[in-house]
Design a protein around this ligand. Structure first.
Ligand code: ADP
Ligand code: ZN
Length: 731
């Protein structure tokens, strides 16, 4: 079907809406007609809903009752390639099409007419009287130096009522202007000089450019240790895409990384690109969506949902830190952005670059099998070398009770302090203590709604459930035995480690980096920049710090509990630990000074720990691949998780049993079914969760069989069934 197909006024069209219906609805094309793919507003019962013209009407609906499309929205129609992509993605993830459409139309104000809008800039007057609220508004304005905001955005950012903003306008402290909504993005110039690349880097860049120039689909794993210049290299691929007049998308796993990245893009191409993530303002997101669709945004830097923007001519997708688990969306539509990037690229003849120091086993295996090309950057740029890695055998270390920094690590930190260098302690546990126990009866404080322990957050002065976010005060009296004053924290969280470090080094400047300690992504970003500039001696961080931040003064990484990730029953436990440890260790010695990484472990002889220390990655991947192959698990077999949930445990199990009894569709493709069994977290937010796991050989039509299988049941009441294809974690 061509994109130009046009329906005359009154002709029947089939419309896909964002409403949870399992079919297209017929309408009459409105006055003036509409194009295939047009975004439209249609009546549904008493409401107006958003939809896209998906094709000619089916004609099975009584034409006398047929209603008319209300209006065609003033945005570019959805291209056939995008419609096909959504369809394929829906089939792959077993997601209903309306949910896919919601993902693809998440632009605020999509149905607004194009128009002028009021924006505010700093005026030249000072307010007659400076109140706290007024100061907040002016601060917010200053913070974004010169940017303009709508009155509502400004009020929201400053946390004040609109009348405060209005008052400032009246006094001339803010100035109103009219501008067209949605300006195009400034032109990026691929021909500005890039950095002079090393031979290694130049060869990799040339190979990527070659791929982009071919105008065909292809996926390349760009593997290189942290600091080897992967970013410099793939920016050359971006340049090639821009030269070819095609759009490029760079996916980053973490919003906090965007600022640093934008600076690098600006240095390379002379202007800042479009940004798409939850931290961007509504106005900005609306602008990105529209400009991407009109081809007036050449490059988008974004989070995983940027894959669903309406590109006109997408030629390149970079997935940076492709192994990162945050690429898997774990609620709503369950998709893995890395896999969807490959799917999307295959459908629009684009290139994909998967960049990582520690690729996922899936990607490693695809490269190994020749499905992906592979480029290696083997050395770090410039003088920087990979840190020396050593295990600290905790069985031989002398520690006081409730302390976690071994003497060996302490001496290493002391040496850094004396030399004016930074140390980083890594512990992947938010909060103060993971467990709060009653020393009289031994009871642990659990969440009232979930099967999980409450974690003390001293910063908030409360206990928090990391499953559902519920909080409560730390009890004075034990909820089980009613004894008073015996509740005690057990085990370390990042906040507690901060106290220990402060006690050991009272003179040191200590920075704790944990996502929950910062009000906003912006505050966190700023803190990270300060630390990079040397405003801390000891940095304590959770998972957050493993992700690509650049701390030039950092020369020591101490991993408090290298065994932590190895305990789970998760299929990917070894892989995750390996990746995380190497990423964290890669933080040290990024500039001229050599780095050292110390891994505190009780099992230095564990194969994963040994592989991390020896640095023999290929050996690790091969061993891990062999194990998974033998077990027939991903990436050498396929899996799908089915999570059933509901408020009544017996009903949830009944549904599971019914599914298990009617597994004909699965048996036809030779799949094995496990469960029903309580999910590893058996209760979340008061809902019981039961899991079934399907395992089948690679190449079997898994989705199609599951679709037939689950169609045999109709979950009633508050029962819910969700399918997770290629589950990443088994919760
Ligand atoms: P990676 O993405 O592999 O972690 P980066 O591209 O961020 O590596 O490079 C690490 C640091 O080295 C960055 O500060 C980068 O600007 C610098 N760098 C890398 N290659 C070069 C080069 N050829 N010339 C100048 N600086 C470089
Ligand atoms: Zn809870």
């Amino acid at each position: 079907m061509s994109d130009q197909e046009h329906f005359e006024a009154g002709e029947r069209v089939a419309v896909l809406t964002t409403q949870p219906l399992d079919r297209l609805l017929d309408y009459r094309a409105p006055e003036g007609g509409c194009f295939l793919g047009a975004y439209v507003e249609v009546p549904l019962g008493p409401r107006k809903v958003l939809g896209v013209v998906w094709g000619p009407g089916a004609g099975d609906f009584d034409s006398s009752k047929l209603r008319s499309v209300i209006r065609v929205l003033d945005v570019a129609p959805m291209r056939s390639e995008m419609r096909a992509f959504l369809g394929k993605a829906a089939d792959y993830t077993l997601t209903p099409m309306p949910a896919m459409l919601r993902l693809a139309s998440r632009a605020p104000g999509l149905s607004d007419p194009p128009s002028m809008r009021k924006i505010l800039r700093r005026g030249d007057q000072e307010p007659d009287r400076m109140t706290d609220a007024r100061a907040r508004v002016l601060d917010a304005m200053e913070e974004f130096g010169g940017l303009a905001f709508t009155p509502k955005e400004l009020a929201d950012m400053a946390g004040v009522t609109p009348s405060v903003v209005k008052g400032l306008v009246k006094q001339g402290a803010l100035r109103e202007e009219e501008t067209p909504r949605d300006l195009p993005y400034p032109h990026l110039d691929p021909d500005l000089p890039g950095k002079a690349l090393t031979d290694d880097q130049a060869a990799a860049a040339a190979a990527l450019e070659e791929g982009v120039k071919s105008g065909a689909y292809g996926t390349t794993l760009l593997k290189g240790v942290t600091g080897s210049g992967k970013t410099e290299v793939y920016l050359e691929a971006v340049a090639a895409a821009l030269r070819a007049g095609r759009q490029a998308l760079v996916l980053l796993p973490e919003i906090a990384l965007t600022a640093e990245f934008l600076k690098r893009v600006e240095a390379r191409f002379g202007a800042t690109p479009a940004e798409w993530h939850s931290g961007a303002t509504m106005t900005e997101r609306r602008r990105v969506w529209r400009m991407v669709g009109q081809g007036k945004a050449q490059l988008v830097i974004g989070a995983r949902s940027a894959l669903f923007l309406p590109y006109r001519n997408l030629g390149l997708i970079i997935v940076d830190e492709e192994h990162d688990t945050s690429y898997k969306q774990e609620d709503g539509v369950l998709y893995n952005a890395r896999d969807m990037a490959v799917l999307r690229a295959a459908m629009c003849s684009a290139q994909v670059v998967l960049a990582s120091a520690t690729p996922s086993l899936e990607t490693w295996a695809n490269a190994d099998a020749g499905k992906y090309k592979r480029l290696d950057l083997t050395s770090r740029f410039g003088a920087s070398v990979l840190p020396e890695m050593r295990a600290v055998d905790m069985r031989a270390e002398d520690l006081l009770p409730s302390t976690w920094i071994s003497p060996t690590l302490k001496y290493a930190m002391k040496a850094r302090l004396e030399r004016g260098e930074q140390s980083l302690l890594f512990l992947n546990r938010r909060g103060f203590a993971p467990v709060t126990i009653c020393r009289a009866c031994g009871a642990q404080v659990a969440c009232d709604h979930c099967d999980s322990r409450m974690v003390e957050h001293r910063f908030l002065k409360r206990l928090m459930c990391h499953q559902c976010g519920e909080t409560k005060p730390v009890p004075e009296v034990c909820p089980s035995c009613q004894v008073e004053g015996k509740m005690a924290p057990v085990g370390p969280g990042i906040e507690r480690l901060g106290e220990e470090a402060a006690a050991l080094f009272p003179e040191a400047r200590i920075a704790v980096l944990s996502s929950d300690l910062f009000g906003s992504a912006r505050a966190l970003k700023q803190r990270i920049e300060e630390i990079a500039a040397g405003e801390a001696d000891i940095i304590l961080g959770t998972q957050l710090v493993a992700k690509g931040h650049n701390f030039p003064l950092l020369t020591l990484v101490g991993v408090i509990d290298a065994d932590l990730g190895l305990q789970g029953s998760d299929l990917r436990a070894a892989e995750r630990t390996f990746q995380l440890m190497r990423q964290v260790a890669g933080r040290a010695g990024r500039a001229e000074k050599p780095g050292e990484a110390l891994l505190q472990t009780f099992q230095p002889e564990h194969p994963v720990i040994r592989a991390i220390l020896s640095g023999d990655e290929e050996a690790f991947w091969k061993a891990e691949a062999a194990e998974r192959q033998a077990a027939g698990v991903p990436p050498f077999g396929r899996m799908a998780g089915i999570i059933l949930s509901g408020s009544d445990l017996a009903q949830v199990f009944d549904l599971g049993e019914t599914l298990a009894r009617n597994d004909g569709a699965l048996r036809q493709i030779g799949a094995q079914l496990f469960g029903p069994a309580p999910a590893p977290i058996a209760r979340v937010r008061g809902r019981h969760r039961v899991r079934l796991l399907v395992k089948v050989a690679k190449g079997a039509p898994l989705q199609e069989a599951i679709a037939r299988w689950i169609a045999s049941v109709r979950p009633k009441g508050d029962l819910r069934l969700s399918v997770d294809i290629d589950p990443q974690s088994f919760f």
